[in-house]
Design a protein around this ligand. Structure first.
Ligand SMILES: Cc1ncc(COP(=O)(O)O)c(C=O)c1O
Length: 372
């Protein structure tokens, strides 16, 4: 059977440690261990006392309860995984088989698409429409969803364009799924990275029975190195994904679960969200100014969330060629639009320290001007 590689992640793993500036990771500047533990005088003692045994395979009770609270679910709806990546992969492996039909949102993080193709499914994409400010084309979704559609996958807020779905849009997606009894996979890793409001993006959880929500500590919480994620699902599906989790990884790490309990405790959770929102709001403003300085060459539809900017360049060259030129001649790594399903764009991460971001953007300017 043919295999569809995950082009974006392959690009990152190949090059992200060999450039001066990495603007291809999709979170904000990561939180240090000292910073995570700083506000609790007993935290280091508790960390040093951790017994490095296998943890509870589905997550500690305390952690499952904290994750449940983030999605207004119950602890038995939660399976703790190795990042959102494992949660997405387990969900597709559990729900999708050969010949099934899957609908994904594009532009998008193409993990669910690739996993579904590799499971032998037919995959269609419904667009976030650039001529409608990256709003979802719900008529297209409705046309695509058919009897036999097993799964509709959305990312909310969206990677790479930062669209936050409105309540009527969420209702329409659920109605499309309900019409044919499809599952919804709502990847919610970017909840908490809102740029224009302090209101956390509403979760899909609790609206429709056949829903799986996926989250992680990698984006809004700034802790990607913990490799700690989760899925939230009806208990029977938690059970079925858990059986696959035992094959794939057995469990996330003991230290990661311990630190995740710290990160999601209410006081720390709010401190991390505030820290990271400050970074993404500042980064987004810098990025927007930089785009404005390159009128005619660059343009952007302003995102509503995430640490990401999906910038259109007005040059007659494919995005992988442009991204490769930036890597080779500017030592900057960015995502190429084609890796998200849309050409002539670059995905540029901006939620980084100001000096680092500014230096990287200057390098991009230099190389792009040379290509123009
Ligand atoms: C939409 C989306 N889902 C899942 C992931 C994987 O996240 P994690 O680091 O939690 O595995 C990413 C990472 O970029 C992402 O953008």
């Amino acid at each position: 059977m043919s295999f569809t590689p995950f082009e974006l992640e392959a690009w990152q793993s190949r090059y992200e440690h060999s450039v001066a500036h990495n603007l291809a990771d999709s979170g904000c500047h990561p939180v240090g261990l000292g910073e995570l533990l700083a506000h609790d005088p007993d935290a280091i003692g508790r960390l040093l006392a951790v017994d490095l045994n296998y943890p509870p395979v589905g997550g500690t009770d305390a952690l499952r309860a904290l994750i449940a609270d983030w999605h207004t679910a119950a602890a038995d709806n939660v399976l703790v995984t190795v990042g959102a990546a494992e949660a997405n992969a387990l969900t597709v492996a559990t729900l999708v088989g050969p010949g099934d039909h899957v609908v994904v949102m594009e532009p998008g993080y193409r993990q669910v698409r690739g996993c579904a193709l590799n499971a032998g499914a037919d995959v269609d994409a419904f667009p976030l429409a650039p001529d409608h400010q990256w709003r979802p084309d719900l008529d297209a979704l409705d046309r695509l969803v058919r009897p036999g559609t097993k799964l509709i996958a959305v990312t909310n807020p969206n990677n790479p364009v930062g669209t936050i779905l409105t309540e009527p849009e969420i209702d329409a997606i659920i109605a499309a799924a309900d019409r044919v009894g499809a599952w919804i996979l709502a990847d919610e890793v970017y909840r908490g990275t809102e740029l224009l409001t302090d209101r956390i993006t509403p979760t899909f959880w609790g609206r429709y029975d056949k829903t799986v929500c996926v989250g992680s500590l990698s984006k809004a919480f700034g802790l990607p190195g913990l490799r700690l994620g989760w899925l939230v699902a009806p208990p029977a599906l938690v059970d079925a994904t858990w059986r696959r989790h035992e094959y794939a990884t057995i469990s996330a790490g003991t230290l990661s679960m311990h630190l995740a309990e710290t990160a999601l405790a209410p006081a720390t959770r709010d401190r991390l969200l505030t820290r990271n929102r400050t970074l993404v709001r500042d980064g987004c403003a810098r990025l927007q100014n930089w785009v404005d300085d390159h009128k005619g060459l660059l343009s952007i539809i302003p995102p509503h969330a995430t640490a990401l900017a999906f910038v259109q360049y007005h040059l007659p060259r494919p995005s992988l060629e442009v991204a490769d030129a930036l890597r080779v001649h500017g030592s900057v790594l960015v995502g190429a639009g084609t890796q998200f399903g849309v050409e002539h764009h670059l995905r540029i991460t901006h939620g980084l320290e100001a000096g680092y971001l500014d230096a990287a953007l200057s390098s991009i300017s230099r190389v792009l001007t040379g290509l123009a």
